[in-house]
Design a binder for this molecule. Structure first.
Ligand code: ARG
Length: 563
């Protein structure tokens, strides 16, 4: 039940549309007065009455029914009580029916969202800086899919640039096929770092020549490039597998090299291109931004040029309703410029381009020794967290079956959840210990709650208690709080999509797990004093397990059966 819409449809308009009214209705922090509340202050002006009076009049006129049996006015707020039994019945019914699909909807049917995320750089470290884009993009991918959108996941590979010439030069001088084959991305990175430290003038010139050779289609240079690329991709694929991340397209920067010219021509035609110190730029001074450089003075394209071509290509190929770029806030200006240029070109879809910016992740023990100097490789963070998870689990439950798999789910989940729990724009400092706290605001806490729910259900099943169709009993406060939380899940998924905040789902998971645990402690499930109540509580337990599992799955986090 969409209570907000239900209530809004039964209120007078007061200068707002029904949707606006619905979104003005909030869940009050203290639910002792009502389950939903409408603050009436903003209507004072239009109705020319004090808010207290407005609330009183609205309360008197509201048509109560089984869904909203009680309405009251308190200090300018209009409070609504929802019918407990009706809500419980409806929610449990929906969960029983939909199970793994509870929380999904078809609101996005017929619409397409492109999500550009992770977007790794070939032959460069896949490091902690890529964590957020990868897991935030990955979770948005799942969230939009769950809402019925067609989603196109794009890994805009950083596979173009002079660095590849340098790499080939370094490989020619110091490389060894077998060693690179064995060392993979680490060996490649070593070569690149060495080039930057030790390259002579001649090697720099040679690197430029190799880059030119890649460009002109030289066979050997391209074979080397493809080899470096395949080693990089094999390496990152292993990490994507651990994070349950997938893509529909790996069209990277190189893919756009032959797609830039028409866009540049169009810019010129539209009189947007000007020359500045030999470079071709779009002047953005009227918008308070530095010029957008399209071609350097030597005629070379830039990251920005390729992004410009990519946006047009995506619009043409996927006809998206939204195109998201999940990229760190350091690139704010780049995307502001890019979107502005497309707007100036007269493209109405410029408004559908969204930079989903996020903050930086650093490690609490920033000095953590990594295999490669200062760079913190994402793989090392995952492995270390899994190791630590294994140690914690060993201590808690030494007889746990399938320890390694559980540790993988718990450890990887903790890293993912750590990156997703806060509002995305915040910088975060990741702490292994905090992320693995069984009693914290963590995925481990949620996973453990699920394991607890599952073990209660297993006991019931052992004793042959059927609960799937249990009738709803009178609800005690903890039960009702849990029911309300479960009912809020579909709305939460929509909010997450509308705000590009997977954190809404992460926070939801923690707060719902807290409500489940309160219910679990307050209402003894198996020791209930009647069969009917026991069966109902078991059904509620099952519904909580399903909902929490779905929430974590939207974040790309698995739930172990036992912990
Ligand atoms: N490879 C880039 C980087 O690591 C990110 C690319 C983001 N996507 C884009 N279309 N610009 O900074």
């Amino acid at each position: 039940m969409e209570y907000r819409s239900y209530i809004a449809a039964r209120l007078p308009s007061m200068g707002m549309t029904e949707e606006e009214l619905a979104s003005a209705i909030a869940v009050p922090p203290d639910t002792s007065l009502g389950d939903y509340a409408l603050p009436c202050f903003k209507f004072a002006k239009i109705l020319r009455k004090p808010p207290v009076k407005i609330a009183e009049e609205l309360a008197a006129a509201y048509p109560t029914d089984d869904v909203i049996p009680e309405v009251s006015a308190v200090n300018g707020y209009l409070n609504f009580r929802v019918g407990k039994k009706g809500l419980a019945e409806e929610t449990l019914e929906a969960i029983s029916k939909l199970r793994g699909d509870y929380g999904t909807s078809d609101m996005g049917r017929g619409k397409t969202v492109c999500i550009d995320y992770s977007s790794v750089n070939i032959a460069k470290p896949f490091h902690i800086g890529h964590l957020s884009t990868t897991v935030l993009g990955g979770s948005l991918y799942r969230i939009f899919k769950a809402l019925g959108y067609r989603v196109v996941g794009i890994n805009h590979l950083g596979d173009y640039g002079t660095q590849f010439g340098k790499l080939i030069s370094a490989y020619k001088h110091w490389g060894d096929r077998e060693a690179v084959e064995r060392g993979g991305i680490h060996a490649i990175n070593d070569l690149y770092v060495r080039f930057n430290n030790e390259a002579t003038e001649e090697m720099e010139a040679e690197a430029r020549e190799y880059f030119r050779l890649i460009e002109s289609g030289d066979l050997e240079a391209n074979e080397l490039f493809e080899w470096f690329k395949s080693l990089t991709m094999a390496y990152v694929q292993k990490i994507y597998d651990r994070l349950h991340i997938t893509f529909d397209s790996y069209a990277g920067e190189r893919f756009y090299i032959d797609k830039m010219q028409p866009v540049i021509d169009e810019l010129r035609q539209k009189g947007l291109l000007t020359e500045s110190q030999g470079a071709q730029v779009v002047d953005l001074a009227p918008y308070g931004m530095p010029p957008f450089i399209v071609l350097r003075s030597d005629g070379a394209s830039l990251y920005a040029t390729r992004d410009l071509a990519a946006a047009f290509y995506r619009k043409k190929t996927y006809d998206f309703d939204k195109c998201l770029y999940v990229v760190a806030y350091q690139q704010n200006l780049h995307f502001q410029q890019l979107f502005k240029v497309i707007e100036l070109m007269g493209e109405p879809w410029a408004k559908d381009l969204v930079h989903v910016a996020y903050g930086m992740v650093s490690l609490e023990d920033g000095a953590m020794s990594t295999r490669k100097g200062k760079v913190v490789w994402l793989e090392d963070v995952l492995s270390r967290c899994v190791e630590k998870a294994a140690a914690v689990l060993e201590e808690k439950n030494p007889h746990l079956e399938g320890k390694a798999e559980v540790a993988e789910k718990v450890g990887v989940g903790a890293v993912v959840f750590g990156a997703l729990y806060n509002n995305k724009i915040k910088d975060i400092v990741f702490s292994y210990d905090k992320a693995l706290n069984f009693d914290g605001e963590t995925s481990v806490y949620v996973q453990y709650t699920c394991a607890r729910a599952r073990s209660v259900l297993a006991k019931a099943e052992e004793s042959g208690i059927a609960y799937e169709k249990a009738a709803v009993c009178d609800l005690c406060p903890a039960e009702f709080e849990l029911v309300k939380a479960l009912a809020e899940f579909p709305e939460t998924v929509k909010t997450a999509a509308a705000t590009y905040e997977s954190s809404a789902v992460a926070r939801y998971a923690v707060s719902t797990a807290q409500k489940f645990n309160k219910f679990y402690i307050d209402c003894k499930v198996m020791q209930a004093n009647s069969d009917m109540v026991r069966a109902f509580r078991l059904r509620l337990t099952d519904a909580a397990l399903v909902t929490l599992t779905n929430a974590l799955s939207l974040l790309g986090i698995g739930v172990p059966d036992k912990m």
